[in-house]
Write a protein that binds this ligand. Structure first.
Ligand code: TRP
Length: 372
């Protein structure tokens, strides 16, 4: 890893650093391969917690990057918790505008891709008091210097449009540890940028167990499970982003999808190839079609051949619309029934709340904080 300057005080101008995981990526990938093998053999040994900030509609990058992986784990029989991280949203924005709408859309996206509320517990962390209470003992286990060193936090600060940095910006990774540890999850499927937060979680679990240790540890040290995120670019050639209108939302219509892909950036070379390094924009479109059709990108490129950008975009549009048709149909069906949506979230919150209560009682007991 690249070590950046260690600051001992929290300042609003923490140097921006690259998002360097605390553990080298190759090691994480190796560990992920081992875990995959274990999961296949003994899914019952694992409990997954993962989730998202409700900030907008999920898009194809999320679909191929994380959502399919979650559904796969659920189908393998791994017990799964999915947090809608509504308190984390307010780390870097002044107003949590349209939060209710974002939460509803996130839930709809989950249900649309096949997260099954009968098997997976979906909840909003703001609704779970006992989860949030874990933040206090957890905060006592990390130093201010450590909080300031988190590479993902530094990156977010560097890209924040706010003039000052909130305390939550530095502490949300500890809150995220509470998201993960309240249900004693031992597996956290995430993208690379979240690795530092999983590392914080492991540190907190270890230190908690050391400090309040009885014979059996209270918390597991969870593993990150890296999803093989495909390198899809936004239609403008930049990073796919909810806020840049450069990505196909799962909830977009077939027409909106066609329009967005028609406007995608390509290059002047007529012959279509799959060359992620030399022709990133074209390669990203080819890859998108390949992912949708579960085909090899080189084969897709060969199929289009001299058809140029127009043929490429036609193929991609068709592939995306075909792939998303059942997802969109499910989404529309759920969107019709707000009562059912509320019921699903209420039940998820109740299940998560009960689990969190048990953990908090245990935490207070080992801390000696049970007096009456
Ligand atoms: N930080 C994650 C994101 O920005 C969301 C999140 C909150 C999360 N709590 C989590 C992810 C716990 C995994 C585990 O997308």
């Amino acid at each position: 890893m690249t070590t950046t300057t260690v600051t001992t005080t929290v300042t609003a101008t923490a140097p921006a650093g690259p998002v360097a995981p605390a553990v080298p990526l190759a090691a994480e990938q190796q560990r992920t391969a081992e875990l995959e093998e274990l999961i296949r053999r003994q899914p019952g040994r694992f409990r997954v917690l993962t989730g998202d900030r409700p900030t907008g509609r999920l898009h194809l990058g999320h679909y191929f990057g994380t959502l399919l992986n979650r559904v796969r784990l659920q189908e393998l029989g791994v017990e799964t918790f999915v947090v809608i991280a509504d308190y984390q949203v307010i780390t870097d924005r002044d107003v949590a505008d349209r939060l209710g709408e974002h939460v509803e859309n996130l839930l709809l996206d989950y249900l649309a891709v096949g997260i099954d509320p009968a098997r997976s517990t979906v909840f909003t962390h703001s609704a779970i008091p006992a989860l949030n209470q874990l933040l206090l003992p957890f905060l006592s286990l990390v130093s201010v210097a450590e909080l300031g060193r988190n590479p993902t936090v530094k990156d977010e600060i560097a890209h924040s449009r706010q003039s000052s940095v909130s305390g939550l910006m530095y502490t949300y990774p500890v809150h995220q540890a509470a998201d993960i540890l309240f249900c004693k999850a031992n597996l956290v499927p995430v993208g690379q940028d979240q690795l530092p937060h999983v590392e914080v979680t492991r540190t907190i679990a270890r230190r908690f167990n050391d400090r309040y240790g009885t014979t059996t540890p209270v918390f597991p040290e969870p593993d990150a499970l890296l999803s093989a995120a495909p390198s899809l670019l936004g239609t403008d050639g930049g990073k796919m982003s909810k806020s840049r209108a450069n990505s196909v939302a799962l909830s977009a219509t077939a027409d909106e999808t066609a329009r967005l892909i028609r406007g995608a950036r390509t290059d002047v070379e007529r012959h279509i190839t799959y060359d992620p390094v030399g022709r990133p924009e074209v390669a990203s479109l080819v890859l998108l079609a390949a992912l949708c059709r579960e085909a090899d990108p080189h084969a897709i490129a060969a199929e289009i051949g001299d058809g140029g950008a127009a043929a490429l975009k036609r193929v991609v549009t068709e592939a995306v619309n075909e792939r998303l048709a059942p997802v969109r149909a499910r989404r529309a069906a759920f969107a019709q029934d707000k009562g059912e949506l509320r019921r699903i979230l209420r039940e998820g919150n109740e299940r998560a709340g009960a689990v969190a209560e048990v953990t908090l009682q245990e935490v207070r007991a080992v801390m000696g904080a049970v007096y009456v």
